[in-house]
Design a protein around this ligand. Sequence first.
Ligand SMILES: [Zn+2]
Length: 120
Amino acid sequence: MIEGRCHCGRVRFHVSDTIETALECNCSICIRLGTIWGYSLIENVTIKSPPDGTIAYSRDQKNIAFHSCKNCGCTTHWEHLKPKADSKMAFNLRLSDPAILNSIRIRRFDGADTWSFIGE
Ligand SMILES: [Zn+2]
């Protein structure tokens, strides 16, 4: 089980899953957000937020939406805008207990250029 919350606590996520790796991506948005993503199937991830509690931002392709707390600005998760049965959701492990990131492997993903993992 993994939990996380934005700085003000209005937006929270709860993941009924365990993860062994996280992903740090250098694409144009992730590098600006400073996120480290954990992933799980959509059915495992619960987002608790007030109505309209987040701002959703989509890149040009509009495949996924990045959500940030409207009050404190922390990026909490992203979701597929056209999810399939096996689609995953990503949650920002920077908002979770730091012990989680200390206990799992963080894989670096070259989303800026080669679209592959770096150093693997
Ligand atoms: Zn907040």
